[in-house]
Each structure stands twice: as C-alpha cells, then as structure tokens.
Design a protein. Structure first.
Length: 286
C-alpha cells in the first residue's frame, strides 16, 4: 500500500475535552476502493473519531489529510462538500416523509427559473427508484413513506443518497447494530458495492462477524487509543475477537477466578474437616 496515496489519513490525532482524553494519537489510512473496519467496544472512542472525521469536532493535536492535502473542517457541511459523507445510526430521516423526499432532502432537483422555479418531483422519483434498484431494492412507489421500509432498506436509502451526491469517503456508524441477519446482509452487500464503485469506506462496528466478510483492513480502538491497524490477510477473526475482548485482561481475570475457586475449595474442605473432627470428638466424649 505504500505506493498508493490514501484517500483519507489521520496522523497522531488526539481529541481532548478539558482534562478528558477522548482520543489519543490515532493514526489510520483509508484507501479508495477499500473498507476499513473501525472496531471497538462501547467507550472505545469510536463516536469521537467519527465526529472528528466528519467535521463535528476539530482535533486537539495531529492532522488529517484528504487526498494527501492537510485538511481541517470548520463544520460537517465543509466535510460533506469535500466528499466525506457520514451515515449516523439515527439516519437523519423523517419516517412520515416519502422515500424521494428523504433521498433528496435539501438538494431537490428543480425546473424553471425565477418565480416559475419548482421542484421536479417526476425526475426526483425516477432517480430515487433507479438508485435503489441499483442495490437490488425494488421500490414500487418512491412516494411511499420511508418509515414503511425495513431497517436495512432505510440504511441503504441513506447510503445510496450519500453515494449519489458524490461522496468519496463513506463513514457508516454501526449500520447493522439494530438489524436482524437478513437486513444486515442487505447493508453488507451495499457496503461491498460502494467499495467496488471506488469509495473509501469506514465501517464502524463492534460486531466482528459483520465486519470480517467485507473488511480489507481493521483498526482496533480501546479506551481512546489504537491497538493497531491490520490487513485482513494478516489477522484471523479469532485474533480480532481476542483483541477486542482484551485478551490479556481476560487471561488475568481467568487466573483470578481460578485462584478464587481454588481458595473456595480449600475453605470448603477445611470446614468439612473441622466438622468431621467435631463429630468425632462428640462421639468419643459420649
């Protein structure tokens, strides 16, 4: 990968909130046409990293580069204009509004000019239906409320919207966390399609079983720091699970519990022995 320029790169990025260190020296490279899975348990720093990448937070230290150019986003709007689209868990959708309205929200196509300018809903419906068809979702009526779609399909509307409007980097915040197996598979297939279309995809999750099939590389976070970045061919699913679970801590816990069980058995044996001696003493006294 050294001969390729990453689409987006973080170099020793830290984020502090007063005395609280939310991120510490995070370095990561994400290439076009690849999926980088950002893994970590709750409290690992995933949300802060997403918001730093998408322009919600500015790094306290370190730098970010987009296409090799140092970049600092003043707001999420600047990040979006630069081609970084973030699909958050809440999707920023209005369930009672149509698929088309949610797809084009704030970017509706228009016809005419001046006082005769109006939204071209016929063209908007056509585009929304066509873009959903590209990912294998047949929308019979794009004017139906988006709330009538399944969770996986709503995720795909949000992703398709970002791709249609020219995203170069697609950041997905736990897109499969609240989905069943079938719905999650719909989202994972579209993540694979976004990669095939040449996007740099950052897939944030705590589910290794969802991450492993689509990932090209993994960055593991723990307590605001990085445990490292690994290419898929260099690490197994079991190794990733072990690192996420905190292998050393689990081994220490296992040893502590084994020692506790051993001590408990000793205490139980001592009690039984004392009881036996007391019984023998009572019998001899009689």
């Amino acid at each position: 990968m050294s001969d390729r320029m990453p689409m987006i790169e973080m170099r020793n990025v830290s984020k502090h909130f007063g005395s609280v260190i939310a991120l510490s020296d995070i370095s990561m490279k994400v290439y076009s046409g690849e999926v980088m899975c950002l893994l970590g348990d709750n409290g690992a720093g995933k949300s802060t990293l997403i918001k730093t990448l998408s322009g919600v937070h500015r790094p306290t230290h370190g730098e970010m580069l987009l296409g090799g150019v140092p970049t600092r986003f003043k707001s999420p709007a600047y990040a979006l204009d630069a081609g970084i689209a973030t699909v958050f868990q809440d999707l920023a959708m209005i369930p009672l509004m149509s698929i088309t309205r949610n797809f084009f929200m704030g970017r509706e196509p228009t016809v005419g000019w001046g006082p005769l300018k109006r939204i071209d809903w016929k063209y908007a419906d056509h585009v929304a239906k066509q873009e959903m068809a590209k990912i294998g979702i047949d929308v019979r009526d794009p004017s139906q409320p988006v709330g009538t779609l399944s969770g996986g399909e709503r995720q795909c509307v949000a992703i398709a919207r970002a791709v249609y409007f020219g995203a170069k980097v697609l950041i997905l915040d736990e897109p499969t966390s609240a989905l069943g197996v079938k719905q999650a598979s719909v989202v994972l297939r579209y993540i694979a399609k976004a990669r095939a279309d040449g996007l740099a995809v950052i897939f944030i999750t705590h589910n290794v079983h969802h991450a492993f099939p689509v990932a090209d590389a993994f960055t593991l976070l723990a307590r605001g720091g990085s445990l490292g970045t690994f290419r898929k061919e260099d690490i197994s699913r079991e190794e990733v699970l072990n690192m996420m679970a905190g292998g050393a801590e689990m081994e220490s816990l296992d040893a502590e519990l084994a020692e506790f069980q051993h001590s408990d058995r000793e205490r139980k044996a001592n009690r039984e022995s004392a009881a036996a001696l007391q019984g023998a003493s009572s019998a001899s006294g009689a």
